[in-house]
Design a protein around this ligand. Structure first.
Ligand SMILES: Cc1ncc(COP(=O)(O)O)c(C=O)c1O
Length: 277
C-alpha cells in the first residue's frame, strides 16, 4: 500500500514511512516526451526533437528523480527502488528509452538495491524478452514474480542473491503456505508450457500485430488517445475529444467495457484516471 501511488488503491490507514514516489515519466501525458521516446511498435503522436540515441525527455525525468535525493532522501541513504518494467495498473506506461538504465545507476550510487516487479511483465509477455528488465539492459538485485508464474494458481516468488536473502535470517520469517510442493509443481509445469507452446514468440507476433491494428483504430477514432506497449502488454488510453486529451468519462469507459464483454472480450482497467484499457 505504501509503494503504490495510485490513489484508488490507497486506504486511509497508516502506511510505511519514508517511501517516496518519483515523478511518473509518462511520455504521453507527462510534461516531456513524444514520438521518439518509447520502445514500442507504436509511438505517441506528440512531437519531440529527441533522437534515437539521445532522449531529452529521459534526461528531464531523470533530473526529477535526482531531485528526490536533493529534497526528500538523504543522498547515499537509499534502501531500495521499485519499478515495474512497464507499468501495469498505472496504465501500461512505458518509460522513455534509457530511463530505467540511468535510474539503476543512480540507485547504485546511493547505496540502494534495485527491485524489478515482474508480476505483470515477466514470463515472456512483452515478447522480445522473457523478463521485462532485459529490455532496459539492467540486472536487478531483486525480482518479484506472481500471476503468470502460476497461470491462475496462487503462486508468487522473490528472487535475489544469497547475500540479500541472508538478511531474512536476522529474525524469524514465517509463511504458512510458502514453498508448498503443489504450487512448486504448478510453477514448473507452467514454465514447461511457456517453452513448449512458444508463448513468448506468440506474445511478440500476436502482440505486435495487435498493436499495429490498434494504431490504425487510433487514427480513425478520436476516443483513442494513445496505443502503447510491447508484446501482449498493451494499453489503450481513452480520451475526451478536447485540447487537453482529458480522460474519457467513466460512463463512456463502462460502455466500451460492457460492449467488449458482450462480444466475449474481457478487458482490464488501469491508469490513475481509470481510462486505460
Ligand atoms: C505489478 C504488480 N505487482 C504486484 C502485484 C501484487 O501481486 P500479488 O497479488 O501476487 O501480491 C500486482 C497485482 O496484484 C501487480 O500488478
Amino acid at each position: 500500500m505504501g509503494l503504490t501511488s495510485n490513489a484508488a488503491y490507497k486506504h486511509a490507514v497508516p502506511q510505511a514511512p519514508d517511501i517516496h514516489n518519483v515523478m511518473n515519466p509518462d511520455v504521453y501525458k507527462g510534461p516531456w516526451g513524444g514520438a521518439h521516446c518509447r520502445d514500442s511498435p507504436v509511438q505517441t503522436t506528440r512531437s519531440c526533437s529527441c533522437s534515437s540515441s539521445d532522449c531529452q525527455a529521459k534526461a528531464k525525468y531523470i533530473d526529477q528523480l535526482k531531485d528526490i535525493f536533493k529534497y526528500s532522501v538523504k543522498p547515499g541513504n537509499l534502501a531500495a527502488f521499485f519499478a515495474e518494467s512497464i507499468q501495469g495498473m498505472g496504465g501500461v506506461v512505458q518509460f522513455p528509452k534509457g530511463y530505467i538504465k540511468e535510474a539503476y545507476k543512480i540507485v547504485k550510487e546511493n547505496g540502494g538495491v534495485f527491485v524489478s516487479d515482474e508480476v505483470q511483465t515477466g514470463f515472456g509477455r512483452t515478447g522480445e524478452h522473457f523478463w521485462g528488465f532485459e529490455m532496459h539492459n539492467i540486472q536487478p538485485d531483486i525480482v518479484t514474480v506472481a500471476k503468470g508464474i502460476g497461470n491462475g494458481f496462487p503462486l508468487a516468488a522473490v528472487v535475489t542473491r544469497s547475500e540479500i536473502a541472508q538478511a531474512l535470517t536476522n529474525s524469524m520469517h514465517f509463511n504458512t503456505f510458502g514453498g508448498n510442493p503443489l504450487a512448486c509443481a504448478v510453477g514448473i509445469a507452467v514454465l514447461d508450457v511457456i517453452e513448449e507452446e512458444k508463448l513468448q514468440e506468440n506474445s511478440l507476433e500476436i502482440g505486435t500485430y495487435l498493436l499495429q491494428q490498434l494504431e490504425k483504430l487510433k487514427s480513425k477514432y478520436s476516443i483513442i488517445g494513445d496505443v502503447r506497449g510491447k508484446g501482449l502488454m498493451i494499453g489503450l488510453e481513452l480520451i475526451k475529444n478536447d485540447e487537453f486529451a482529458s480522460p474519457v468519462e467513466n460512463e463512456k469507459y463502462f460502455e466500451v467495457w460492457e460492449a467488449c464483454r458482450d462480444l466475449g472480450l474481457i478487458i482490464g482497467r488501469g491508469g490513475i484516471h481509470g481510462n486505460v484499457i
